[in-house]
Design a protein. Structure first.
Length: 251
């Protein structure tokens, strides 16, 4: 890769890392449609390449969220262990599926998440607080489902867990995003390993994206804690719809 292309990809990683820190998702959700549309990668290759950026971003963002809102260890472990085990299963399925089918399924997945978030904003919901509404072992159920879908779609499960943590478990948006990163950390690692073993990673493209993401993700975390709760949820929903639109154009 020539120096100009490397620099441009680092700059792209800066943008994706900021978005990942803002929404607590490591940047992979927007990176996947961008890699598909801008670079012409098929769905599995886009997901695997994005994960190279996502894994270090998730770890750094998790630390930054923990510094600002302490994450309970037992909550994090319940999410992380169950997510890791089911991500193995989801990633194993994903690498053998048809790329076109995967892309359409991913678009439907994003649209469903966006409308779920819109519905929550339109309906009256109890005020979020610092305590979980349900006993913490139930987090393992959430981790299992999120890990399975995260492994399948290469997004680490954070994007699935965040709206459920706020609506079902009653956490604030920033607390939910921090816990979702704890869920995503091990599952993204095992998903990346699975994709890499099956040749679904473009390392020349992935490395500069990862460098840019690591340099910028802290900016996004800082911005997430500065924005009003409702605005952050609105932006998250709009972000999901944008990602679905980009992938729909590719399809």
């Amino acid at each position: 890769m020539d120096p100009l292309a490397f620099t441009l990809n680092v700059l792209l990683g800066l943008l994706l890392g900021t978005i990942g820190g803002l929404f607590g998702i490591g940047g992979g959700l927007i990176a996947i449609p961008v890699l598909g549309v801008m670079f012409g990668l098929d769905q599995q290759l886009a997901q695997g390449t994005a994960l190279v950026m996502v894994v270090p971003n998730v770890l750094l963002a998790l630390w930054r969220y923990h510094q600002r809102n302490r994450i309970e260890l037992r909550h994090a472990l319940a999410l992380a262990v169950s997510s890791f085990l089911f991500a193995l299963l989801g990633a194993g399925w994903a690498v053998n599926l048809d790329a076109g089918f995967m892309r359409l399924a991913f678009v439907g997945f994003l649209v469903a998440l966006a409308f779920y978030n819109l519905l929550r904003m339109c309906l009256h919901t109890p005020v979020a607080g610092g305590e979980l509404r349900h006993p913490w072992p139930w987090l393992a159920v959430l981790g299992s489902g999120s890990g399975l879908l995260g492994g399948l779609f290469g997004v680490g499960g954070a994007v699935i867990a965040t709206p459920i943590l706020t609506s079902v478990f009653g956490t604030t948006q920033v607390v939910a995003q921090g816990l979702s990163l704890a869920l995503a950390a091990p599952s993204t690692g095992v998903t990346l390993a699975t994709y890499a073993l099956h040749g679904h990673v473009d390392w020349r493209l992935a490395v500069p994206l990862a460098i840019g993401g690591l340099l910028s993700i802290s900016w996004g975390v800082r911005l997430a804690h500065a924005l009003p709760e409702r605005l952050l949820r609105i932006l998250f929903t709009a972000f999901l719809l944008l990602c679905a639109l980009l992938l729909g154009l590719k399809a």
